[in-house]
Design a protein around this ligand. Structure first.
Ligand code: CUA
Length: 170
């Protein structure tokens, strides 16, 4: 069978592109640990503001040093506005919305989740570097979308010290 040279180039070229695409999924999954969340938990959006957990969002540092961050995302802000966590400990984010779909992206980290009313989005990550990170809403949610942001401060030092510094317990 005789295949024209140009046709061969196109065939190998498109084959190579598919290999690159599949490999890039592997790289983001294994090297950058960017994965779809598997957590499924429902909540009535009407009860979010009075909910025992989401009604008073904040950071809890556990005895093993890990942290849980409860966040309410609504038009057009996040609560809490400032989140302080220790570095190099597992940090579990729990997010929900009382109104519309929002995004929760911690810029320059792998922390990124959709916040869907009716559901609790949950993911766990670790921050290797201390510093200040910008959190933005990356799902268009209305007129104030571009103003919807918060701050994450990853603190150096022992988790215990930062727990007492931020008031810790919730
Ligand atoms: Cu919330 Cu965009």
């Amino acid at each position: 069978m005789n295949v024209d040279l140009y046709e061969k180039i196109w065939m190998w070229g498109s084959g190579a592109i598919i290999v690159v695409f599949i490999a890039s999924i592997g790289v983001t999954f294994f090297a950058e640990t960017i994965q779809p969340p598997s957590h499924v938990e429902v909540i009535d959006p009407e009860t979010v503001r009075t909910d025992e957990e989401f009604g008073s969002p904040g950071v809890t540092i556990h005895d093993d040093g890990s942290a849980t961050v409860v966040v309410q995302a609504f038009m057009f802000a996040f609560l809490p506005q400032e989140i302080r966590v220790p570095r190099r400990v597992p940090v579990t984010f729990r997010l929900t919305s009382p109104d519309v779909i929002h995004g929760f992206q911690i810029v320059q980290t792998n922390g990124n989740a959709m916040v869907v009313p009716g559901y609790v989005s949950q993911f766990t990550t670790e921050f290797a570097d201390a510093g200040e990170y910008l959190i933005v809403c990356n799902e268009y949610c209305g007129l104030g979308h571009h103003n919807m942001m918060a701050r994450l401060i990853v603190e150096d030092g022992s988790p215990r010290a930062s727990a007492s510094a931020t008031g810790g317990e919730r």
